[in-house]
Design a protein around this ligand. Structure first.
Ligand SMILES: NC(=O)c1ccc[n+]([C@@H]2O[C@H](COP(=O)([O-])OP(=O)(O)OC[C@H]3O[C@@H](n4cnc5c(N)ncnc54)[C@H](OP(=O)(O)O)[C@@H]3O)[C@@H](O)[C@H]2O)c1
Length: 334
């Protein structure tokens, strides 16, 4: 079967290769998924580029944690009734050598979640990382009902989803930051009540105006290093930052505003959700998908053979929406 892989970290066009490799057979407790769409996330790109580690955890890595497809074989202990089921995948490449950038992969059956009929296969390739991250950031620690929520980067893959979810889960007000008028329109269409263009508008002043000087209750943060200090000014006493991303590792955060305002900083990685948080998030997500309540803008659809271009597109930071690779028969209407 056809697969994309790398055996050393480095630039996309230098290390990503395509070849025929043996088709995997499901072990006990596993399903084999015939991949239709493979989603490309910043995390996949950072691992391939060597930003996390220069050493590979496995000699050969088939990248990408997200994807969708159809179960075509099951291992011992898995109901044969699952054969033929459309599924979306989570953590396919996390701590594993074999992700979704290939025609078929095997993984534990709980990592293949039924994809509701109302959801397209390409949307199914945007769920494992972007949607579960957004959902957890919105639902964690009591959720956002009645709260004023600021979503940083409200047109990003995670941010766009977080805007939709915060507004659907009862936030009193959803404010998004974006970098341009085009992205402002996207965030508004997703449900943002107000949008601030952080590159040209004075962010703290605009936030004070929009909240009548009260500040916001929760900030869902895509770039903690860039925004940490400003966030403390924009939170109301007792407020919190839920940070899932950062453009750099060192954080410069003043101590006094944190303690004087009783602020909380929270961090999480979607790969490490607890069993109960993951079960709640996948169940909730599927209920939303069943009623067509979420949209996933696709920035680019490319064939598997153009995986290096797809990685470069994500790496550029200029993709507005998700980048997905078409792998096999998708069943989606064009
Ligand atoms: N913790 C986790 O489990 C987890 C899960 C998913 C993603 N992440 C991380 O989160 C980050 C975003 O992922 P993504 O898939 O949403 O990427 P994306 O689709 O590229 O979106 C990032 C968005 O953030 C905006 N942005 C960049 N710098 C900003 C700033 N200083 N203030 C406000 N907005 C800013 C970008 O727009 P402009 O550049 O135009 O401003 C873009 O819209 C990545 O670093 C990724 O690795 C972490």
């Amino acid at each position: 079967m056809k697969a994309a892989f790398y055996e050393a970290v480095g630039p996309a066009h230098e290390v990503l290769q395509l070849a025929d490799i043996p088709e995997p057979q499901p072990a006990p407790g596993e399903v084999r998924v015939r991949v239709a769409w493979s989603g490309v996330n910043p995390s996949d790109v950072k691992s391939r580029a060597g930003l996390r580690s220069q050493t590979l955890p496995f000699p050969r890595i088939v990248p990408h944690s997200d994807g969708s497809g159809v179960i075509d074989a099951v291992g011992e202990g898995v109901s044969r009734a699952r054969i033929g089921e459309r599924v979306w995948l989570w953590n396919a490449a996390w701590g594993r050598a074999h992700g979704t950038a290939c025609e078929a992969l095997c993984l534990p059956q709980r990592q293949a979640v039924r994809l509701p009929d109302a959801a397209s296969g390409e949307a199914g390739a945007c769920l494992g990382i972007p949607a579960l991250t957004a959902l957890h950031a919105v639902l964690m620690d009591g959720g956002v009902a009645g709260k004023t929520v600021l979503v940083a980067g409200g047109a990003g893959a995670v941010g766009h989803c977080a805007v939709q979810l915060a507004s659907q889960f009862g936030a009193a007000r959803v404010i998004a930051t974006v970098s341009s008028d085009d992205k402002a329109r996207i965030a508004r269409e997703a449900g943002a009540d107000a949008v601030v263009i952080y590159k040209t508008e004075p962010l703290a002043e605009r936030m004070a105006e929009l909240t009548q000087g009260q500040g916001v209750d929760r900030i869902i943060e895509t770039d903690m290093a860039a925004n940490a200090a400003a966030n403390l000014d924009m939170l109301r006493p007792g407020g919190e930052v839920v940070a899932y991303g950062s453009g750099a590792s060192p954080l410069a955060i003043p101590f006094y505003p944190l303690i004087v305002k009783n602020l909380q900083l929270k961090f999480f990685m979607v790969y490490h959700l607890s069993e109960s948080d993951r079960a709640r998030a996948t169940g909730t997500l599927n209920r939303l998908l069943e009623r067509g309540a979420l949209r996933f803008p696709i920035a680019e659809r490319l064939p598997l053979e153009r995986i290096a271009d797809a990685h470069q597109r994500v790496e550029s930071g200029r993709a507005v929406g998700n980048v997905v690779l078409r792998v096999g028969a998708t069943g989606d209407t064009p």
